[in-house]
Design a protein around this ligand. Structure first.
Ligand code: M6R
Length: 364
């Protein structure tokens, strides 16, 4: 069943190129995103003034990538909430709010209850779900199924990248329907999105370099992921994944926020994994890296630079394939998943079944 891999998680990481292809391809018609086969009515996109995204854990982090994209590209306000907070905070949503719910299992109780609340307030609900016929899928107005196939490992990997892919598709469709992007730009966007599976394949070749990162992290008690913009969003998922399966404490920080307190925790050899894939803030992140490096941090730089041999910047460099900054989420996801995986494996842990966790959280 594990197809020769030692753990399901590794198998599922390597299944990502196909999972992404299977999720995107059926939604492309004449080079444009098209949800006709999914039965999704464009009116929910056309009529919405704002978007509310609700989910838990990794699924919420995929929603955050969606927020980043939609706000940056389309200038439509997007609010992301974890479902357990949304349910109890009297959320500000109405008929003009489109609610997007994400769930791999389609059974997470907080997400389900949040969905019901959103519907009661008159919001249309579009869910992004992996498991066919699950409760969340049945309760939603519209469903966009991801085609990751069954995910067995407790730590979500391929289900996450396909949720991210779904968010790119939705962002592009909303832009088209609302006339916020031209067909020409939408086609270019879709060409780049279609290339995401190749990017993932390419990034998987970094596995040996990442094993060396894990060899350092396995001795750490605290680690930090830093980044700006899309990279900050990816840092949140990176930290969750590392904590979840390797039991190494990890925190995600917006790189510019470090100096407002957290930098006090940086001392000799504390691992800092810095994501620097966003062209517009690249120089700013490098300057944040120098600040932690000067305080003794062990810095792993993840970037598209060809080579970085400057010891004042990093101790290790993970080189990503060259791509547009807007689409680096797929490549960074693979790196962060492999860092967590190899750290857990190096510690001799049961990667697929981390302590205290269940695959599907159906109790409150
Ligand atoms: O099935 P769901 O996507 O609704 O699950 C949500 C979270 O419980 C889940 O993503 C969790 O955070 C993962 N175990 C993280 O790897």
């Amino acid at each position: 069943q594990k197809g020769g891999y030692p753990f399901f998680m590794l198998k599922e990481i390597y299944e990502q190129p196909d999972a992404i292809r299977n999720t995107i391809a059926p939604r492309i018609n004449q080079e444009l995103p098209d949800f006709t086969e999914d039965g999704i009515d464009d009116a929910i996109f056309k009529d919405c003034k704002r978007i509310s995204i609700v989910a838990c854990g990794t699924a919420m982090h995929a929603g955050m990538v969606g927020k980043h994209l939609i706000e940056k590209k389309l200038r439509i306000p997007v609010h992301v909430d974890c479902a357990s907070e949304f349910r109890y905070k009297d959320p500000i949503i109405d008929e003009e709010t489109l609610t997007i719910v994400l769930s791999q299992s389609g059974e997470t109780i907080d997400t389900l209850e949040a969905l019901k609340l959103a519907k009661n307030r008159g919001s249309k609900v579009l869910s992004i779900v992996n498991v066919k016929g699950s409760t969340i899928a049945r309760e939603s107005d519209y469903v966009l199924y991801t085609h990751a196939g069954p995910e067995i490992a407790v730590a979500s990997t391929k289900a996450y990248t396909v949720q991210v892919a779904a968010m790119y598709l939705i962002a592009c469709r909303i832009g088209l329907v609302k006339g916020l992007i031209t067909e020409h730009d939408a086609k270019r966007f879709m060409t780049k999105l279609t290339n995401a599976s190749n990017i993932v394949e390419e990034t998987l070749k970094c596995a040996d370099d990442i094993k060396r990162v894990a060899d350092h992290i396995k001795f750490a008690t605290d680690t930090f992921y830093i980044g700006r913009g899309l990279d900050y969003t990816m840092s949140l998922e990176a930290a969750l994944k590392l904590k979840e399966i390797s039991y190494v404490h990890a925190e995600a920080y917006a790189a510019g926020e470090l100096k407002h307190g957290t930098i006090a925790l940086i001392s000799e050899n504390v691992p800092v994994i810095a994501l620097a894939t966003q062209e517009d803030v690249y120089a700013k992140v490098i300057s944040n890296i120098r600040e932690v490096k000067a305080r003794g941090a062990y810095v792993v730089l993840v970037s598209m630079d060809e080579e970085v041999n400057d010891p004042s910047i990093c101790d290790q460099h993970i080189r990503l394939p060259k791509m547009d900054s807007e689409f680096t989420s797929f490549a960074t996801a693979v790196v962060l998943q492999l860092v967590a995986y190899y750290t857990s494996e190096a510690k001799g842990l049961d990667v697929d079944k981390p302590r205290n966790l269940a695959k599907s959280v159906t109790v409150e």
